[in-house]
Design a protein around this ligand. Sequence first.
Ligand code: M6R
Length: 602
Amino acid sequence: MCGIMGYVGGRPAKNIIYAGLQRLEYRGYDSAGIALLGKTVQTTKAVGDTSQLDMEALNSKLTMGIGHTRWATHGKPSIPNAHPHTFGAVTLVHNGIIENYEDLKELIDTTKLKSQTDSEVLAGVIDYYLKKSGNLLDATKQALAEVRGTFGIAVISPEAPGQIVVARRGSPLVIGVDENQHYVASDSAAIVDHTDKVIYLKDDQIALITADSLELYDLKLNHQNISVETLEEPGQTLDLDGYASYLEKEIHEQPTSLKNAMLGRVLSDGSIKLSGPNLTQEDIMGLENILIIGCGTAYNAGYYAKYQLEKMLGIPVSIEHASEFRYRYGAYDAKNTLAIFMSQSGETADTIASLREAKRRNMKTIGIINSVGSTIAREVSHGGIYLHAGLESSVASTKAYSSMVTALLMLGGMISYKSGKDAMVTQTVAHELEALTKEIEHTLKLQPQIEKLARKLSKYHDWYFLGRGPLYPVAMEGALKITEVAYVHAQAFATGEMKHGPIALIDDKHLSVVLLPEDPLLYKKSLSTLEEIKARGGNVLTVSTRPKEEASDHHIEVAHNGEYTDGLIYNVCLQLLTLAVATKKGQNIDRPRNLAKSVTVE
Ligand code: M6R
């Protein structure tokens, strides 16, 4: 978690760093800070997001510095715990966790520590070695040799004018290259407005950067080859475009983001072409299992696709939480299993670790990723599918979910066709996807109706989300969304599970959101559950492609687009419901408490 931004060049650094940090706030927003290097170091820090920083405290003429936006791991959000940290002659920003920081304290005068962070201890250890060697690169290398844990760091010192030393293990860092100036950031989003030439640091690499030079080493200071890549995605604006929040904007962007996901891939003749996944005909013919791995909303999107891919391909599709898969013994046959890694950011620590574990087990791995050039996108063995959903700024993921589901449906359609299964399946999926964007546009028009409903429903603190078949994972996503944004206690259950326990909690203070399926048989069965909830005094909101049932208290009617894609339409309603309830409750819509968008620590 946390965002790092640094600059060294000929231009005033403070606004460049500030703007970069704003781009990185999705990685954490507990506190922020910027340090500029002149003859001495000037630092400003604040609790909260970057808007709280006193930028007047910084000299506008200084042309190098580093900044940070934080998601607390060690030590609560406070000014002393905010980065950059200075110890002696060393100032640094750090992402990651130094596991052995207590042991490392032996090397430093702990009475000088001002914070409770592991990062300040690391600054102290670098300072310890700087005093011995007088060389910042060498001192950082020596300090990192003592470290157990993960880091992305940027280090400056008045004793090394004009230099920024950066290093990475586990926490991403990218260097932006431009004429007589360099940038460093934890995500290219922070530098894409300045340059499209970047170098992605690999684990256990360290670099010495000045305005006009860049040297890259491993952690033993052996020279490494530099490979400069060109960013494919243009910079994207952070404008709200008249919406009250990024969440609202991103929910409304879905017709466009879905079109972008399908562009050149879903063709009007009912075929699906994907050039990203590098799967040979032999790979496809030999495919016996699919394994989908992700966290949070990415996991929920994979779960929905599990139902659909099993129906399309007739092979087992498993879904795993990345945090479980990475440590679990899962008996997968590597040869015939395709492991699919889902991630908006491409930087989620558990998903990256699971990818590495799957590769260790010789599985074929592909990525369904939004962030171009991210770690997962670069490390998968068999390519993947970029979502092209554009920047998702709100911590709660919305448009990435619908694009992830779309990407998996396209993948299923392509595999079905290439494996010679049922050609009709591919055509049905393609035609449903083509029609979907219009239906999502119509669904978004339900916003005023849903806002009205939210005014009545926001009094409930405990919500159940119930779904059957592919609507069960939609219920899971609905529960996750309202939990994280509106701080509502919500749980999802498969509708048929109600009688096996959860019904015990039903009373008139409980709201059940029942997603009624299109399938007539399952519809009838779900209605029985609805009646059982009503019989126990519960309150019910139904979402369905049919008109309101008498037993239901509140109702949202949605369009029926088709068996593969209806869940996406239900999900848009639940997104709008979350937005409306959170707005009614006055919550911080885009920056919910305790969260960060990209969970880059375990
Ligand atoms: O960047 P990723 O898709 O890998 O992120 C996974 C989860 O951390 C993310 O979906 C999280 O659950 C969101 N807060 C959901 O809205």
